[in-house]
Design a protein around this ligand. Sequence first.
Ligand code: DGL
Length: 266
Amino acid sequence: MNKNPIGVFDSGIGGLTVVKEIRKILPDEDIVYLGDTARLPYGTKSVDAIMQFSIENAEFLISRGAKFIVIACYSSTSVALDVVQKKCSVPIIGVIKPGVEQALAITKTGRIGVIGTSLTIYSGAYEKAFKEFNTRCEILGRACPLFVPLVEEGWLDHQATELIAQAYLQPLKEDNIDTLLLGCTHFPLLMPVIKKIMGDIHYVDASVEVGRELAQQLKENKLENPRGLGNLSIYLTDLSMNFKEIGERFLAEPMRNFSRISLKGA
Ligand code: DGL
């Protein structure tokens, strides 16, 4: 089992930011990545649909031999982590808890902002995760759905992006948060514009923490592969016009080994 790959899935290619961090921390591990590009976006869809898609994604990764699964999608983690864990036989982690732990470790005032897709914010998943740590922190959520297409379009420092970011983030600024959690795969790419508006506060991009959590869990479960080749296989349910250009922006290295696959509903 140790030689088997780690499975990672996301609604699209944004989850490659998580893969990038996993590859830094665990360079010997092989990774099988599934991006459900045919059914993206998840962040505007219903809970039922995302539960079903997430189960199908996990089953695909298990069919490719995944020994451990990371749900790199925040929308999917928000509403489907429990159900996928119950359905599948391998250990599974999501992206919410590692970010929450990091935010709790660095906040001084206990006023924490969370930005994500509409599904993530309205699911209440972050409030629930913070509650599990018995914290008295004030959690202020804000859905920023337009950030996703802006990143897909490559408008990372466009004037329009700055205007939209200003409209989304101003209420959080007025709420005097001291820590902002980036609860979406796409948002780390907008860090410069977000920082310009929010200024000198703490920022949490959970991808680094997810890599650390995965490394620790592989150790605990005795699933490490210290002598692997570090291969990365990328499967996408659709190959859109500019997927490679965008994917490489997230991955920060050339996308070499990719192919299109069909899932039941995709
Ligand atoms: N991957 C999604 C997330 O992290 C963003 C894109 C989508 O809406 O599918 O929430």
